[in-house]
Design a protein around this ligand. Sequence first.
Ligand code: ZN
Length: 404
Amino acid sequence: MPELTPTQRLYFDDAYLRAFQARVVALSEWRGQPAVILDVTAFYPEGGGQPADQGTLAGVAVRDVQEKDDIIYHIVAEPLPAGVGDTVAGEIAWERRFDHMQQHTGQHTISAAFYRLFGADTMSWHLGAEYVSIDINRTNLTDAQLQEAEHAANAIVWDDVPVTAQILTREELAKLEMRKGSDREGGIRVVSIGEWDRIGCGGTHVASAGRVGAIGVRRTETRGNLTRVEFVCGARALADYHRKTSTLNAAVAALKTRAEDVLPQIERLLAQTDEQRRDLTDLRRKLLAYEARELLADPAGSVAERPVVCRRMDERDMETLRTLAGQIADLGGVALLGGACAGKAHLAFAGPKDAPLDLNAALKAALPLVGGKGGGQKFQAQGGGPDIAGLDAALAQARSHLLG
Ligand SMILES: [Zn+2]
């Protein structure tokens, strides 16, 4: 490909330019996809934290826009119905671009607030599909301080401070107070929000701060020695408000309460649930203790003068079988319990610690009959397997192993 001159960026002079005419300079490729190079473009290529524009070129969808060595590549869905030298019409997907302009300008505005109020530098920023985030080099900001920064940024929005961009030389730049300098060679594009903020930036911005609409902080998170601040601007702030309001309204309706009582109500319900869960666990244990006594009244035999309970009890989960076996052991008996539950055969054996038993050996003798795995100690062992049909035989095997 012959030496190309840098693509002229129309959005530098007019970020509101949505439709334009350009000459095709080259039909190229970008990572295996067809890409078009123009002499001028209003398409913003991904960079500086701002995502790429989308839109159409000669009616063909522009999926992505990238730049390399000052040449802008318009990555198109299919090859263009035009050749080198032809003039084509370009159109920017405006809703997407304007959203990026609102978020990006809002980012400058709130980053400046953290800088001016708390001396915090913005180390990086990200414009995501859902929200914007900045990482600032301060931690432990209080809720009141966060609100102070959010309010200061919104005050700039409500004052509708003009947002301007100009390309300055290094000498001109040296005379200005900037939030952050630039290490770019040559002319530097400086974006100013009145006297509030001045920073080197090649992105697209709204013409005045009022067009950001609103800046709302959603949440913050400490990340090492940085704080990540998540926020939404403009139409995203309104959408966020609608989403959360409808969630809150649904909670108000479900709880039959007022909005301000939703949280205390949820806390009360959670505390109640906790208490009920504790009560239920306690009652279950008590009930199992009765059951243990009942089972001990009808033993299958005895070993070392200890009554042995051998029972199949289906539809009881492993935890229940283990607890019941433990209760029988606490009462001085030996338990060989088995049951089918949730498509699996379970075995839970337990006996007093001081009895001369080897329940682990009894379990190991029984387990192959249910195709299972498990283990434990001499006074307590459990296991299970998939073969429910072998469960009765497994219990009989354990019983004869123990009683001889
Ligand atoms: Zn910018």
